[in-house]
Design a protein. Structure first.
Length: 120
């Protein structure tokens, strides 16, 4: 059986105040529960294995910036691309109501679980 290599993940959204912190918290909880907590570190384009963002605007910005990084190894994707319910975009709940935050939370749970299953 091959040894698992630790991977690092960065979550990103426009203001980093709603969606990406929710995704990070969900992911940290899942990783901790599955005793994989040493896989998450704070690095940059050259050291992260994955950068998972919340919408197309984030994706465009990250791809543009990654083209300027000499040793970019990070795979840049939408977190929603892992959603088993095919909700590709995780909408910003900042100006919505309480149920919008719950929706983002549920999306992040689904996507992070699916990402972890695939990344193993």
């Amino acid at each position: 059986m091959a040894e698992q290599v630790p991977k690092s993940v960065l979550f990103l959204c426009l203001g980093n105040i709603c969606r990406s912190p929710i995704a990070e918290a969900v992911f940290r909880k899942l990783v901790t529960d599955q005793k994989l907590s040493d896989h998450v570190t704070k690095e940059d384009f050259a050291t992260f294995d994955y950068i998972l963002c919340m919408d197309e605007s984030n994706l465009r910005d990250l791809n543009r910036k990654s083209n300027q990084i000499k040793n970019c190894k990070a795979k840049i994707e939408l977190l929603g691309s892992y959603d088993p319910q095919n909700q590709l975009i995780i909408e910003d709940p900042c100006y919505g109501n309480e149920s919008d935050f719950e929706t983002v939370y549920q999306q992040c749970v689904r996507c992070c679980r699916a990402f972890l299953d695939k990344a193993r």
